[in-house]
Design a protein around this ligand. Structure first.
Ligand code: GDP
Ligand code: IMO
Ligand code: MG
Length: 424
């Protein structure tokens, strides 16, 4: 049995999609388990770039089944756009894609309310304005519309008319925004039903059956550990659980099904949106990381905040997710830095802290260790021994500090820029 979970260990954008694409070669089912079109997952094959938001990042491999799990919030309009782009490129999508009937839909009022709330709030989160928080709120309030509801027109009409009445009150009375017409939304939903209705099914049942008949499953996380609504830097987080618990909830598989948890870790750290970031570099190094790493959001195009590797936050990710191993990405971006820094502890008021306090990180001071950098371009290295000694020292420092093996190192965006230390 093989069920591998891929989890981002920082604030997202660690290069998860590139590694999911890599692992897809050895998988049969690739399952997105949470988040929505706030995710921007980039895969580069022979110089050609694809950005996935909802479609699982394994879609470029023919003959695999991609699943949008029950934990995902699905914006059908965005999904159709993505399918159209892939089809234009000659990929077969419709017969390879399944959508959980229990996945909640993101509707126009979710996006309008997400934007309106951001506008009004004083402690802005810097959301992607994709309606993520609003859709998950409706799920918890039990007023959400699920993919499966598309298949029952009278139920859909009943749900929608009631919910749109409530949402319009919110939009108009609280935020002073234009109201929406239930009939127009229903008409769109019926159009989506005609397009994607045939892909909607009970995916937990299917995944259990597949796994227990010897099929290999790959669970694709979006966002990352520090954006987790429970374990991240609340309230500056997303509205789901990108961590291991979310992988179970959002796929319907159980803890005993999981055979491996792979953490995807950038060799430095980035963050998009607001919230604490102790190792952020506001000076030259941060700007250089952004420029060399191409650190601009794959969903919103916003410049990513950049800073140094943070072992304290990584220890938190190891604890929460029980990482079996780590894939270290973007090591090539550090080439050319004279000195490389990494936080190994936090202090507050001159005293060492025992662990990283995820909610109150604003006043902690990182304690850094410094390393000599290397000049060589490492993007074509495919052999660990061929890496400059200083690059290997840095990799081994991370491994030793976290007590987790780094088994793959990514040294460039392309599928080929991947250095495998040991085959799994
Ligand atoms: P994800 O959200 O975790 O899938 O990551 P994103 O796609 O948002 O951002 C990662 C970015 O870095 C993308 O532009 C990737 O093409 C690129 N990338 C991934 N791995 C590497 C790497 O090892 N080196 C470099 N230079 N770029 C990488
Ligand atoms: P991937 O999967 C980086 C951030 C937003 C914002 C916060 C809440 O590509 O790693 P939301 O729209 O989810 O309510 O926004 O979370 N955020 C991400 N940052 N990568 C992502 O996804 C993100 N998805 C959400 O910038 O700070
Ligand atoms: Mg991303």
């Amino acid at each position: 049995m093989s069920c591998r979970v891929i989890i981002g260990t920082q604030w997202g954008d660690e290069g998860k999609a590139k590694i999911i694409d890599y692992f897809t070669a050895g998988a049969d089912f690739i399952v997105r388990y949470q988040g929505g079109a706030n995710a921007g997952h980039t895969v580069v094959v022979n110089g050609k770039k694809f950005v996935f938001h909802l479609v699982p990042s394994g879609m470029l491999h023919p003959g695999k089944t991609c699943v949008i799990g029950n934990g995902v919030v699905v914006d059908p309009e965005q999904l159709l756009r993505e399918i159209a782009v892939l089809e234009k490129e000659g990929y077969e999508v419709r017969s390879n894609l399944l959508i959980s009937d229990a996945a909640h839909l993101i509707l126009p009022y979710h996006k309008a309310l997400d934007e309106a709330m951001e506008e009004l709030r004083t402690n802005k989160i810097g959301t992607t304005k994709r309606g993520i928080g609003e859709s998950y709120s409706d799920k918890c309030l039990r007023v959400g519309v699920r993919a499966g509801d598309l298949l029952d027109e009278s139920l859909l009409r009943e749900r929608l008319s009631q919910t749109v009445r409530m949402k319009n009150l919110q939009l108009e009375k609280i935020y002073g925004k234009p109201v929406m017409q239930a009939e127009a939304i229903i008409a769109d939903l019926l159009r989506y039903r005609d397009e994607i209705g045939g892909m909607i099914t009970n995916t937990p049942y299917l995944l259990h059956a597949a796994l227990h008949s010897g099929k290999r499953v790959l669970l694709e996380g979006a966002q990352g550990n520090m954006l987790d609504i429970d374990h991240g830097t609340y309230p500056y987080v997303t509205s789901s659980n990108p961590t291991i618990g979310g992988a179970l909830m959002g796929s319907g598989l159980n803890a005993f099904d999981i055979t491996e948890v792979v953490g995807i870790t950038k060799a430095y750290v980035t963050r998009v949106g607001e919230g604490p970031f102790p190792t952020e570099d506001h000076c030259e190094a941060g700007a250089l990381l952004r420029e060399r790493g191409g650190e601009f959001g794959a969903t919103t195009g916003r410049p990513r905040r950049c800073g140094w590797f943070d072992a304290e936050l990584m220890k938190h990710a190891v604890r929460i997710n029980g990482l079996s191993r780590i894939v270290l990405t973007k090591l090539d971006v550090l080439s050319g830095f004279k000195r490389i820094k990494a936080a190994v502890a936090y202090e507050r008021n001159g005293r060492r802290l025992d662990f990283a306090p995820t909610a109150h990180l604003d006043d902690v001071v990182p304690v850094y260790e410094e390393f000599d950098g290397w000049d060589e371009d490492i993007s074509t290295c495919t052999d660990y021994a061929a890496l400059p000694a200083r690059a290997r020292d840095y990799v081994e420092f991370i491994e030793k500090t976290l007590g987790v093996r780094i088994s793959i190192i990514s040294v460039g965006p392309d599928r080929d820029n991947t250095l495998v230390r040991e085959q799994a």
